[in-house]
Design a protein around this ligand. Structure first.
Ligand SMILES: Nc1ncnc2c1ncn2[C@@H]1O[C@H](COP(=O)(O)OP(=O)(O)O)[C@@H](O)[C@H]1O
Ligand SMILES: [Mg+2]
Length: 391
């Protein structure tokens, strides 16, 4: 099983690259499904075929699906939300406030990822290509599973135990609506499905992200942030696709300044993303939609490489041991020292980068060692632990 998340700023050519990648994977013999979790779907337009909420056959070994995130939210969470809402309502929390508590931003797209997981588990496909929502959305969404498993572990299980004990008393003494066991089971199933999705998407031997950029200043700087945040949340990046490059053989003076600007950005991209393969794709002289054009585009992009097998992602954080000293290493290629904050609290290390924070639960072997320093060097943050066990 191989999953490729195609991501990047809006308009850079994500959908086109995802579509061409999927077509090429299918033609290389992989049973492939391309699906979009971006509520602004355009996969159908890219292929020029009708697509819907269920997988539909496109060509050969290729199926496509545009997930209706709103209906997924309803299907997975609707019943649970309604029941929990009744309890909140009883407690005096009403309307929008309750709704906000029970359905947070990005939750709908989260269930789209659960859908990705169920396709992976179905055995029907070898390769899943995911056309993700634009950068910021995707990032938030991808970071959610971490947050949710926290929610599940600490809040839900406790609540469930309390409910079990309190139900007989509560039903006798009050008119508080009590969620039935079915609802609690349903909620537990949902959280378990999310947890499975998280594990699948954070396994770099299965899932990697492919970053699409254009040789433009704003796009490149955003791609750097994306790289950092994806690493922070544990996603492996397998390559960068630079799209819409003006071909060298255009001699029109109107474009010569643009060619120069692009060349400078291309150098910058090659330097910045030196650790991952950088692939180039020219700006074609027409819109690249429909199977025939996507096939041409895919061939130019990947040449003889298999777009599903030929790319490896390395785990963005690792525990390494050297000369008795242990360190947690995290790829952070584009951050400045001042942007990073490391805090140790019990068995967890909290890492903050800009607006995002993530906690790392330390492996048992590190529980009793002290953090003795953190250092950012050559794009890798090393959190060092003491050689000798602390108190
Ligand atoms: N290399 C390219 N050459 C020509 N047209 C392109 C190229 N890449 C993308 N396009 C066109 O640009 C438009 C936007 O691309 P799209 O893949 O939908 O972007 P995104 O999904 O990132 O918003 C589409 O009409 C697409 O056909
Ligand atoms: Mg798109």
């Amino acid at each position: 099983m191989r999953i490729v998340l195609v991501t990047g700023k809006g308009g850079v050519g994500k959908t086109t690259v995802a579509a061409a990648t999927a077509l090429r994977a299918a033609e290389a013999g992989h049973r492939t499904l391309v699906l979009s979790t971006d509520p602004a779907h355009s996969l159908a337009d890219a292929f020029d075929v009708p697509l819907g909420d269920e997988p539909r056959h496109i060509a050969g070994d290729l199926d496509g699906q545009q997930i209706d995130t709103q209906s997924r939210l309803e299907a997975y969470w609707g019943e649970i939300r309604d029941q929990l809402m009744a309890i909140l309502d009883w407690g005096g929390v009403r309307g929008l406030e309750a709704e906000e508590f029970l359905v947070f931003p990005g939750m709908d797209e989260l269930f789209a990822l659960v859908e990705v997981q169920s396709h992976a588990a179905s055995g029907l496909y070898d390769t899943l290509i995911v056309d993700c929502a634009p950068t910021a959305e995707t990032l938030r969404l991808l970071s959610l599973p971490e947050v949710l498993s926290w929610y599940f572990d600490r809040v839900f299980l406790t609540q469930r135990r309390v409910m079990k004990a309190a139900r007989p008393v509560l039903t006798r003494m009050t008119n508080m609506p009590i969620p039935g066991d079915e609802v609690m089971d349903a909620a537990e199933n949902v959280f378990m499905a999310i947890e499975r999705a998280r594990r699948l998407l954070l396994d770099p031997s299965i899932t990697t992200a492919r970053l699409v950029v254009n040789p433009e200043k704003m796009v490149v700087s955003e791609a750097r942030r994306t790289y950092t945040y994806l690493s922070l949340f544990g996603y492996a990046i397998d390559s960068v696709v630079v799209n819409r490059i003006l071909p060298d053989d255009i001699s029109d003076p109107y474009f010569s300044r643009w060619q120069e600007i692009q060349r400078a950005h291309l150098d910058d991209i090659e330097r910045s993303f030196a650790d991952v393969p950088v692939m180039r794709l020219r700006l074609f002289d027409e819109e690249m939609t429909g199977l025939d054009k996507l096939r041409i585009l895919g061939r130019e992009l990947y040449a003889d490489q298999d777009p599903a097998v030929g790319f490896a992602g390395r785990r963005p954080f690792r525990v390494v041991e050297q000369d008795g000293e242990v360190a947690l290493e995290i790829d952070m290629p584009f951050v400045a020292k001042e942007e990073v904050d490391v805090v140790r609290d019990g068995h967890e290390v909290y890492l903050t980068v800009g607006a995002y924070r993530r906690s790392f639960v330390l492996p048992d072997s590190l529980h009793r060692r002290d953090v003795i320093g953190a250092k950012l060097e050559s794009g890798v943050l090393r959190v060092r632990f003491s050689e000798h066990r602390g108190k």
